[in-house]
Ligand binder design. Structure first.
Ligand code: SF4
Length: 506
């Protein structure tokens, strides 16, 4: 029998509070925002204190190494909370939830709700079910036939004074990369209408958001729902680059219909869908950055084939070159996996040479580890841990070189900077602000105290390159900027604030 804790009775008369813990990629961070939006509409209030929460949602990613194991141990730490307050509802969302479904309820009996990414809108109803029926419930059904895309919610962006926000344009993935669980946990590709996407972006821009990142597992494969996908393959099944790009047209439509938007990014594009039309959009639309994060995973054709990436190194390099030629100082960052089954030293050296050939400005590098339910499980994980460690260290060192080269090449240039946040205010009375260049470098600038630079788009001349960022001097007069209000900071859980390094999409 469930026994109410005294504090549950007190809370019954006040607004309910939720806490969302996010672990994983940008898609998970975005899903957490949808969860918050759904709960806020039901009158829930956010808390960072698990002792005060009526509902805790753990939103997890199964892409990360030992994700399931980590989830189980995290849930274990929450058991005393549930014992102390049986009225607390504990939900698990995200890819692990989708993957495990109802099995998770039997493995962790103190979990009340298992929620798939396509079932976020149902969360309040599921909470009501748990509270009334006193029984756990799993809901992990893909909305393949009637896809739903939840709005980012301009209210939350306004509340948090967001400079930058995500907007989903598609979900799921039709690729079958052998190391990736996403096709299993997110289902087949489903697309959102251009009208919905543009309306949401307009609402966010009117709420003060300056930068939008379009989100999708293979974001540049977007086309309107119900339309046929453009045929991008030649007769051998290799990408032929060309053809029309519905995604490029979407970018043009957004730029035309929301002219107040300062920046429009997208993640993660797939190299097979970097069409000439998309390259032209980068050349012609000022709102697009001079940067793309284009995951490559390996520089070896043999490994790319085993990964089932469906492009060659030569194709990737040609697309990278086209993008780099579209705008001055265009940069590319990427993702790499080292130690994929069968990767030889010669294969790895091809990855190293690709780093220098493309000149990546940054890269997220990971060691391969077998993931449940992925096709690569059938391949022998024959690269030793020591070899993986060694290759990872050498890859980091190679990327450091190209990253540093890019940063140093920018000293003496001018760049626009979108200011994201106050870095620190020193005893010297100077405020140090942090922003991003039109590529994606972090740029620090100084300003007189008391001014609010957040969300401002400024021109800065770059005076110095640090190891991973730039120091700039703001050009022009700042007196038109508003004074900085004294605010009580909204605490966002640290795991949601930092840039999470795992994006196993595209
Ligand atoms: S790595 Fe990206 S493109 Fe490949 S299956 Fe996963 S989500 Fe799809």
């Amino acid at each position: 029998m469930l026994v109410a804790h005294p504090s549950d009775k007190v809370r019954a008369s006040v607004m309910k509070r939720y806490l969302v813990q996010t672990h994983g990629c940008q898609m998970n961070v975005h899903d957490s925002r949808r969860i918050e939006e759904v709960l806020a509409k039901q009158g829930y209030e956010r808390t960072d204190d698990s002792q005060l929460a009526d509902l805790i949602v753990v939103n997890t990613c199964s892409v990360r190494e030992k994700a399931e194991h980590k989830l189980l141990s995290l849930l274990g730490t929450m058991k005393p909370l549930k014992e102390e307050r049986p009225g607390l509802v504990l939900a698990v969302a995200g890819c692990v939830a989708q993957q495990e479904g109802a099995k998770l309820l039997s493995r962790v009996p103190h979990v009340d709700i298992v929620l798939g990414p396509d079932n976020i809108a149902e969360l309040p109803g599921l909470v009501a079910h748990v509270e009334q029926q006193k029984s756990p419930i799993a809901r992990t059904v893909f909305d393949v036939h009637d896809p739903r895309f939840l709005d980012a919610g301009a209210e939350l962006s306004l509340r948090d004074r967001e400079v930058s926000s995500f907007v989903t344009v598609m979900k799921g993935c039709n690729e079958r990369c052998t190391f990736c669980i996403v096709p299993t946990t997110r289902g087949p590709e489903r697309y959102r209408s251009a009208r919905e996407v543009i309306d949401e972006i307009r609402a966010l821009a009117r709420g003060g958001v300056k930068e939008i990142t379009l989100l999708g597992q293979t974001v540049n494969s977007w086309h309107a729902p119900g339309e046929d996908a453009p045929d991008l393959d030649d007769e051998h099944g290799n990408p032929k680059n060309m053809g029309e790009s519905k995604f490029a047209q979407l970018l043009r439509d957004i730029a035309r219909e929301v002219p107040e938007l300062a920046r429009l990014r997208y993640t993660s594009p797939h190299p097979r869908h970097v069409t000439d039309a998309l390259v032209r959009a980068h050349a012609e639309l000022d709102v697009l950055p001079a940067h793309v994060h284009l995951p490559v995973q390996s520089g070896s054709n043999r490994v790319l084939k085993r990964m089932l990436r469906r492009y060659t190194r030569e194709h990737y390099v040609a697309r990278a070159r086209a993008l780099q030629a579209s705008r001055p100082r265009f940069t590319l960052s990427t993702d790499f996996i080292v130690g994929f089954p069968g990767e030889t030293e010669a294969d790895f050296e091809e990855t190293l040479s690709l780093v220098h050939e493309v000149g990546f400005s940054a890269a997220f590098c990971f060691k391969y580890s077998p993931r449940p339910h992925t096709p690569a499980l059938k391949l022998e994980d024959d690269v030793t841990e020591a070899q993986k460690d060694d290759r990872l260290a050498r890859l980091f060192a190679a990327v450091e070189v190209t990253q540093r080269k890019n940063l140093e090449s920018l000293v003496g240039t001018r760049t626009t900077v979108l200011i994201e946040d106050l870095g620190r205010e020193g005893d010297d009375g100077i405020a140090r602000w942090k922003g991003r260049s039109e590529r994606h470098e972090i740029v620090h600038v100084e300003a007189p105290p008391g001014l609010d630079l957040r969300g401002a788009v400024l021109t800065a001349s770059i005076e110095r390159a640090n190891a991973h960022s730039l120091m700039g001097r703001v050009e022009g007069d700042l007196s038109h900027l508003p004074p900085r209000a004294v605010t009580v900071p909204v605490m966002i859980p640290s795991d949601q604030r930092r840039r999470l390094p795992v994006t196993k999409s595209a």
